[in-house]
Ligand binder design. Structure first.
Ligand SMILES: Nc1ncnc2c1ncn2[C@@H]1O[C@H](COP(=O)(O)OP(=O)(O)O)[C@@H](O)[C@H]1O
Ligand SMILES: [Mg+2]
Length: 200
């Protein structure tokens, strides 16, 4: 790993295991001696907090254009305030969701992917983007106790389709998320270590 750090993002449907796996990955990388940090989007900044309150858990669905703009604005701050400073310190940054979430969710909501890409052009590319893939039926089952507006079956199917386009393009590395937490963690670590070795 060079001085510039290494940026990994973990993507997938709500309930696929991103938070579980991003945290496990950071713990395992630390055990191996890497200086790894966990971060997430929406971020803990002001815009991120606003998104959590009004877009994800509000009573009324916000228009997808506004959502896309807010997520892009939050991402700009997240990258500037958290990701880049950590990378400059040579850290390994693991982000629980990143730009592919905007493409998948706002794309699934019918927005032009090119426009969503355009408003996210300031978001630096990750060194590695992992998709934890599960079928929508699985996440609906896992999330039964904590539903948010993003989580009906039809939406999840559309979101997964957009993610798959990026898998086919080779931008996202797909991991089977239907296995046990430990197995998924092993699979992700294998892929990450392979990429880290290449990056040295
Ligand atoms: N591989 C797995 N098998 C079974 N349950 C899982 C697995 N990974 C995560 N879970 C459970 O599914 C739920 C959602 O996991 P979480 O990591 O919060 O997903 P996300 O951050 O993608 O929404 C949690 O209750 C978690 O314990
Ligand atoms: Mg999560």
């Amino acid at each position: 790993m060079g001085k510039r750090g290494f940026f990994i993002c973990v993507e997938g449907l709500d309930g696929c295991g991103k938070t579980t796996q991003a945290k496990l990955l950071v713990a395992r990388l630390r055990e191996k001696g890497y200086d790894a940090i966990y971060t997430a989007e929406p971020s803990r900044g002001k815009i991120g907090m606003f998104i959590k309150k009004y877009c994800l858990h509000g009573r009324k669905r916000v228009s997808s254009v506004v959502e896309a703009l807010l997520f892009a604005a939050d991402r700009f701050e997240h990258v500037e305030n958290v990701v880049i400073p950590a990378l400059n310190e040579g850290k390994l940054v693991v982000s629980d969701r990143y730009v592919y979430s905007s493409l998948a969710y706002q794309g699934a909501a019918g927005l032009d992917l090119k426009w969503v890409e355009k408003i996210n052009e300031h978001a630096i590319s990750p060194n590695l983007a992992v998709l934890i893939d599960v079928v929508p039926e699985t996440v609906i089952q896992r999330l039964k106790p904590k539903k948010s507006v993003m989580e009906n079956l039809e939406t999840q199917r559309k979101v997964r389709e957009v993610y798959m386009k990026f898998v086919e393009k080779g931008e996202l590395v797909k991991i089977d998320g239907s296995n046990s937490k430990q197995e998924v963690a092993d699979d992700i670590l294998t892929v990450v270590l392979r990429f880290l070795e290449k990056a040295v």
